[in-house]
Design a protein around this ligand. Structure first.
Ligand SMILES: Nc1nc2c(ncn2[C@@H]2O[C@H](COP(=O)(O)OP(=O)(O)OP(=O)(O)O)[C@@H](O)[C@H]2O)c(=O)[nH]1
Ligand SMILES: [Mg+2]
Length: 315
């Protein structure tokens, strides 16, 4: 018996998995959003913004690239959450067709970058070095940086200077990726761009606004969990959404709420406006702040907040 391939997967169709990895703040999530033309991963100017593996599907003529954006690899520090973030990133590098290693072009390839690359799980596929933030480098400074990077031909099969923020020089990279992916049917149907539940993207957008509004260590010590999500029966398209912002100390609670509730109100409005446009719905968004001592160590809570991967359960 013969089977007919689905229309989106003609015989020469290409598909595969590509992991985006690197130090924090190198523009990995910016790149994913830019390639997809839609925000699936939150972005801030602060390191350690991404906390979990974010899947994004790029549908291209002749193929499908399944990107895995990962938390920036950093010295994992003390918290269970941080350790899980780093493990998630490393693990996403296993069994993929290609690695995109992101580095900051203005800094060139640093010792920290080299240490991370050498510590990644052994690769079966190639690794491309993506030198991002090209817009921040004068043209005459580019060649010396590229020459230095050229000293490590065994680590990378190709080098691509890009600007993820401005969407510059992405096409040659995407074309090359499709070229080297194996032949095979699409993994995801046309039109699907991520696998994240709505509750997760809602919590992430709120966390992004909090990251941007708060300073120093506080953004790292908070988490967001959506607890209610219901559409009004008397008003279809209007959703009631309730989310809890988890902080570790009473003093943090006051800071997050702000004077006269101002900071929380601002974060709520910014989140609602962005989510309404992203999800194409209207919503009432209620935010609460709850003190939960050491929530970053609490396996049950971390799981329920969408960080299910690589949480050690032994201690
Ligand atoms: N000038 C410039 N800034 C960029 C570019 N790409 C990203 N950025 C900025 O770099 C910062 C970090 O971007 P992210 O996309 O959050 O970086 P990331 O690598 O995902 O960071 P983590 O999730 O913390 O690992 C943000 O302020 C971005 O706007 C670029 O091409 N040019
Ligand atoms: Mg990120």
């Amino acid at each position: 018996m013969t089977t007919t391939p689905p229309p989106s997967s003609p015989p020469l169709y290409k598909s595969g998995f590509v992991t985006i990895v690197g130090r924090p703040n190198t523009g990995k999530s910016t790149f994913l959003n830019q390639v997809l033309g839609r925000k699936v991963a939150i972005v801030t100017h602060k390191p350690q913004t991404t906390r979990s593996r974010i899947l994004g599907i790029s549908h291209r003529p002749g193929g499908q690239i399944v990107f895995l954006d990962t938390p920036g690899i950093h010295p994992p520090g003390a918290s269970r959450l941080n350790r899980a973030m780093v493990r998630t990133a490393r693990d996403a590098c296993r069994d993929v067709d290609l690695l995109l290693f992101f580095a900051d072009l203005p800094h060139g390839l640093t010792t920290a970058d080299l240490e991370i690359i050498r510590s990644l799980p052994p690769q079966t596929g190639p690794t491309f070095l993506i030198l991002n933030k090209m817009d921040r480098v004068e043209h005459h400074d580019l060649l010396p940086i590229l020459a230095k990077v050229g000293q490590f031909p065994m680590l990378f099969s190709q080098v691509f200077p890009i600007s993820a923020l401005h969407g510059n020089h992405l096409e040659p990279l995407l074309t090359k990726i499709i070229e080297l992916l194996p032949h095979g049917p699409a993994f995801f149907p046309e039109g699907q761009i991520s696998d994240q539940p709505e509750t997760f993207i809602i919590a992430e957008i709120i966390r992004e606004k909090l990251f941007l509004a708060l300073h120093q260590e506080l953004p790292y010590a908070l988490g967001v969990k959506v607890e209610t999500l219901t559409e009004r029966t008397d008003s279809p398209g209007l959703w009631d959404i309730g989310a809890v912002i988890m902080v570790e100390r009473d003093s943090h609670k006051g800071i997050v709420i702000g004077k006269g509730g101002n900071l929380l109100k601002r974060v709520g409005t910014q989140s609602r406006l962005e989510l309404e446009s992203l999800l194409g719905i209207r919503m009432h968004l209620n935010l609460w702040v709850r003190v939960k001592n050491q929530w970053r160590e609490n396996i049950g809570l971390l799981r329920s907040m969408g960080y299910p991967d690589h949480l050690e359960t032994g201690d």
